[in-house]
Structure formats: C-alpha cells, structure tokens
Design a protein around this ligand. Structure first.
Ligand code: CU
Length: 183
C-alpha cells in the first residue's frame, strides 16, 4: 500500500488494520501463489499414498497472463525418480491415462487445472510414502517460463481438492529458480 498523504496515515492505517483483520478472520484457506514469468500457479497439492504405493500424483492450477502460449513439459522431485505430465480420460467406460509427450499447453489468457480425473502430475518410484500434512518440494519445467519451484500440500488419501486441507495458512516457500537449477 502506498501512502502519499501524511494526514491520512492514521485513518488509512486503521482501515488497513480492520481490513486485514476481517480478511484474516473470514479468509478460508488461501493457496500460495507462485509467479513465473507470465504464469501464476496456485492450489498445488497432492494426495497421501497408501502403504507401499510407489506412485504419487500432483495437482495444480496454472494461469497464463501473458500473450503467448507456454507448455508444461515435465518436472522433477527429490522424492521421486521421475515426474511426468499425464492426462486421464474415460475410454469406453475405462479410465486410462497417458503421458503428454509434447507437454500441456497453457494458452494466453487461459487457466489450466490439473485435478483428479483429468490432467495431473505423476510421480514415479517414490522413495518414501507421501503423508498427509507433508509439504512436498517439486520443480516444474515449462518451455518458456523454465524451471519453477513449488511445494505440494499433501492431503488425505481420498482428497478430491486442495480445499480438503486440514491446517490452514501454512507459509510455503515457493520461488522461481532464476536461471538453471542449483541443488
Ligand atoms: Cu498418471
């Protein structure tokens, strides 16, 4: 907030405080936003894996505020051997999924949602199970925006959306990686 008129400071502050307070009281879980170039990523989450499962999933919402398309081409995570972008669909009543070899296009002005039953990230060969409440660090790779680091909020096994989150408002560390990847 930019305060330019000193006479209004105290009043502005009071209003700001009241606004902030009501916001804090009223706000439901607010997903962290990650910005990478023209892309805004929100609602990054995953599901706990039931005992022994070696495959996990990842969901998120990507908005392209730019004027050119970008593509989610893959990703990586320390916890998994391999991360792929998948599409799930019904074929003759059978649920199938396949990797999107050319990636997932996010057209300018559009929002693409990775969610159960549709597009998703697939995490292969998990080194340890995903547990509810975990914050799972993950790096996405976009054709134009490059590598983007974020954290998946791990929900319960049967969760259908990030709104199922139990603990609200945890601060996630999310940053875009400038240039290449440094680990
Ligand atoms: Cu899949």
């Amino acid at each position: 907030m930019q305060i330019t008129r000193p006479a209004l400071i105290s009043m502005t502050r009071a209003i700001a405080c009241a606004t902030l307070l009501s916001y804090l009281l009223a706000a439901p879980v607010r997903a962290e936003e990650v910005k990478a170039g023209d892309l805004v990523i929100t609602q990054a989450w995953s599901r706990a894996t039931p005992g022994g499962a070696k495959i996990g999933s990842g969901y998120l919402t990507i908005e392209n505020k730019g004027s050119a398309p970008d593509r989610l081409i893959g990703g990586s995570a320390d916890i998994a051997d391999k991360v792929q972008v998948h599409e799930m669909s019904m074929n003759n009543g059978v649920m199938t999924m396949r990797p999107l070899d050319k990636g997932l296009t996010i057209d300018p002005g559009k929002t693409v949602k990775l969610a159960p039953g549709g597009y998703h990230l697939m995490l292969f060969d998990l080194k340890s199970p995903l547990k509810q409440g975990d914050k799972l660090p993950l790096t996405l790779e976009f054709e134009k925006a490059g590598k983007v680091k974020l954290t998946l909020d791990v929900q319960g096994v049967g969760a259908q959306s990030p709104a199922d989150v139990g603990n609200a408002g945890g601060h996630m560390e999310m940053k875009k990686m400038p240039g290449g990847m440094k680990m």
